[in-house]
Design a protein around this ligand. Structure first.
Ligand code: ATP
Ligand code: MG
Length: 716
């Protein structure tokens, strides 16, 4: 039998891992060293050489995309079907187990999966049915808490509130929610994992059947398994060890969601006879990229340690671009992508990676202006995100009270006690009298047919909108937007949400204000009302629709979503203190190290070219900020990098441009004071209007280009 196709082009350590006799193994290796490739070839080897039957193989990875790719790669190697093999994500496989053994799992045959939104609505319904105050017991918080209990393997009956009334309430909500799920045959995501675990733990026959069946269990990205996933794997693996796991402790980035990198060490302890194999050659990236990533991750403590090298040659230096603000950063990135595409790179080979979802907006706008197709992975495009639509709906009402869709969207968001019955009455009145919901509300309140409580709640909304409209009429567009989202309580609403996404949503709302500001600066008042124009702009952008996944398009995603992927050209953007590392993690050493691992993951996605960008000036959380460059940039040895100078403006000699000084309102050599950088001397100037900038040499800080905005920079 010719087996060369299974081992061709692989190095010795990889071959060793692939050809191990059936049994346990741990492949511990850095990024791009071929872990995923080894896993795929191992499966093919088991099938072809060890004559293992496909249905005794269980392979787990972290995303559906990775699972699909794995299937395809195995098929490609084997050129025959792999019927009966189980390849999927933890959730996908747990679901499959429960479908097969629904009776033993205590589920109806047709049980349904509750996605996160459905779950939220059910939790809310339960809280309402119990007549509990939603403001004190916010459904999102309860949802997060319930899932946390399930992730720990805890059912309501395992929890003991003692005398604590708060705990008692929590448990009551959890019990009622669970009862509602049981009645409806509903299973949420956390329940999938827990139920599958309980099924294996409590049902000896099924456990033994599965242990018998799955002789070979293979796991990719093992460093990000959580407690329940690991327990689940161990139950199927049984006493014999047949776990073939691959992972990289330096790429553990889901600690905040309960992933336990310690599972790697625990696995070594539990199965001391498992082979430990290290892969040290990186095949993905150039020498410069790899050395830079290695230098960054070397700053972390408590690593298992590894030595990663490449034969690939140094390649190009890592390019660092200091943008003057976020818009400039996006412009730079998109122009560069355009250049590389002209030189023959496909769009799908270019990736823009960012820390927070909110950062995508500026890039989306720049790409759209260029007419370049793009796709945002693992998230919605900016103007399609729910919180953005909520904010826009309030703004729509300011612009037009009779916009029924917006009225429906915000009528009870945040909760203001307008019940379904009240809303139904409003809808019926609007239908009967052919008027808007807004008008119907006014008439119903006037007519006095509603209960005082309902009328009061409804009036609360109408008054709120009128009040915001009156108070903000004279303000600039972005100030109106800011006032609107704050007064409407949207920021507050998300800030207190405990589902782990609140911060992200607040950042997105702040980004909406930044979007309004940028739009306002460019809007020509001759062309009519700025708010109206902005709303049309947002509606059009949301309506563009994502590029088709099969279309060749630029790839946008967060650093978390990029795990396991690779691209010839990578831009990591927003490398600024506060943004990345994220402000919430700077204080805590553990979380800072997780941010650094995320940086390592990002850098090691790049195959040939890596650009790292940061901005001197950024609108962050609704404020103008002057962030310091990210500490991760300083951790890269200088000789591996090259600073990119943008456009001639920066290198233009001083002194020959008196005109610029006139335009920006500062003079050459003038002493100035800046709120953050202290005192300095003006060296250069450029641009005009909102784009005017000056270069100042600050004492002890050095030269900086800054916006010539008197609010920040004053002559002394
Ligand atoms: P990550 O940690 O990012 O998940 P990984 O260790 O799983 O990375 P792979 O994605 O399997 O690495 O491999 C990285 C790249 O190197 C892929 O393009 C793969 O095809 C290639 N590669 C792996 N091993 C070899 C080899 N022996 N010869 C040539 N190319 C290889
Ligand atoms: Mg991989």
């Amino acid at each position: 039998m010719d087996l060369s196709h299974l081992l061709d082009g692989l190095n010795d350590a990889q071959r060793q891992a692939i050809t191990l006799p059936p049994g346990g193994a741990l492949v511990l290796a850095g990024a791009g060293s071929g872990k995923t490739r080894v896993l795929v070839h191992r499966i093919a080897w088991l099938l072809e050489v060890e004559q293992v039957r496909p249905w005794s193989i269980l392979a787990v990875t972290f995303t559906n995309k990775a699972a699909r790719e794995m299937q395809q790669r195995i098929q490609h190697l084997l050129s025959r079907p792999t019927l009966g093999m189980w390849v999927g994500t933890f959730h996908g496989l747990a679901h499959r187990l429960l479908r097969e053994h629904w009776q033993a799992a205590g589920l109806p045959q047709e049980f349904q999966i509750l996605d996160s939104d459905d779950q939220f609505r059910l939790v809310r319904r339960v809280i309402r049915a119990l007549d509990i105050d939603e403001d004190k017991w916010p459904p999102r918080q309860m949802q997060w808490w319930i899932n946390g209990q399930k992730d720990e393997g805890l059912r309501p009956q395992h929890l003991d509130a003692g005398q604590d009334p708060y705990q008692k309430r929590l448990i009551q909500i959890y019990s009622e929610y669970q009862a509602a799920c049981e009645r409806g045959g509903l299973v949420d995501f956390a329940e999938l994992l827990l139920r599958a675990l309980e099924l294996l733990r409590d049902n000896q026959a099924i456990r033994e059947h599965l242990q018998d069946r799955f002789q070979h269990i293979l796991v990719d990205e093992f460093q990000d398994t959580n407690a329940i996933q690991y327990a689940w794997l161990r139950l199927i693996a049984g006493k014999q060890n047949r776990l073939f796991v691959v992972g990289d402790d330096d790429q553990s980035i889901y600690g905040w969601r309960g992933a336990r990198v310690e599972n790697i060490q625990d696995c070594q302890r539990q199965y001391p006879d498992a082979e430990l194999i290290r892969l040290e050659q990186n095949y993905r990236s150039t020498g410069n990229i790899l050395n830079a990533a290695n230098a960054v991750i070397a700053q972390n403590s408590g690593r298992l340690g590894k030595n990663l090298w490449t034969e690939g040659g140094e390649g190009e230096p890592i390019r660092i671009y200091e943008a003057y603000n976020g818009v400039d950063e996006a412009r730079f990135v998109v122009e560069r992508i355009q250049q590389y595409i002209e030189q023959g790179l496909a769009r799908r080979e270019c990736a823009i990676l960012y820390r927070s979802n909110a950062q995508s907006r500026l890039f989306e706008e720049a790409l759209m202006q260029m007419g370049m197709p793009y796709r945002v992975y693992g998230g919605l495009r900016f103007f399609e995100r729910a919180e953005i639509k909520d904010g826009l709906a309030y703004l729509q009402l300011l612009s037009n009270r009779h916009n029924d869709a917006s009225f429906e969207r915000v009528v009870n968001l945040p909760t203001r006690g307008i019940g379904n019955r009240t809303l139904d009455a409003v809808r019926a009145h609007a239908r009967d009298f052919n008027c808007s919901l807004w008008q119907a509300s006014i008439e119903l309140i006037r007519g006095g047919k509603m209960s005082p409580r309902a009328a009061g709640a409804l009036r609360g909304l109408l008054d709120l909108i009128e009040e915001i409209a009156a108070n903000s009429a004279e303000l600039a567009l972005h100030e109106r937007a800011a006032q609107c989202i704050h007064s409407a309580g949207l920021v507050e609403h998300h800030k207190h949400s405990k589902d782990g996404k609140g911060q992200d949503r607040v950042e997105n709302l702040e980004e909406l204000v930044a979007a309004a500001k940028q739009f306002g600066l460019e809007h020509d008042p001759e062309q009519g009302d700025a708010l109206f124009a902005f709303l049309s702009h947002a509606a059009l952008e949301a309506g563009e629709g994502q590029a088709d996944p099969h279309e060749d398009c630029v790839q946008l995603m967060t650093l978390h979503t990029a795990k396991g992927l690779e691209f010839p050209l990578v831009f990591m953007v927003g490398l600024e203190e506060g943004l990345f590392p994220h402000s919430l993690s700077i204080e805590e050493p553990g979380r800072l190290e997780e941010e650094r691992r995320l940086c390592y993951v990002g850098m090691t996605r790049a195959m040939r070219r890596l650009f790292l960008c940061h901005a001197e000036n950024r609108q962050l959380y609704g404020k103008e900020t002057y962030p310091m460059p990210s500490r991760f940039l300083r951790e890269i040895p200088r000789e591996l990098t090259e600073e990119v100078r943008s456009r001639p403006r920066v290198s233009r000699p001083v002194f020959n441009d008196d005109f610029s000084f006139e335009q920006v309102g500062f003079q050459l050599g003038q002493r100035v004071r800046h709120a953050k950088f202290g005192e300095g001397v003006v060296l250069n100037a450029e641009g005009q209007g909102p784009r005017a900038r000056v270069q100042v040499n600050f004492e002890g800080v050095g030269c900086k280009w800054l916006m010539a905005d008197p609010a920040f920079l004053q002559g002394i």
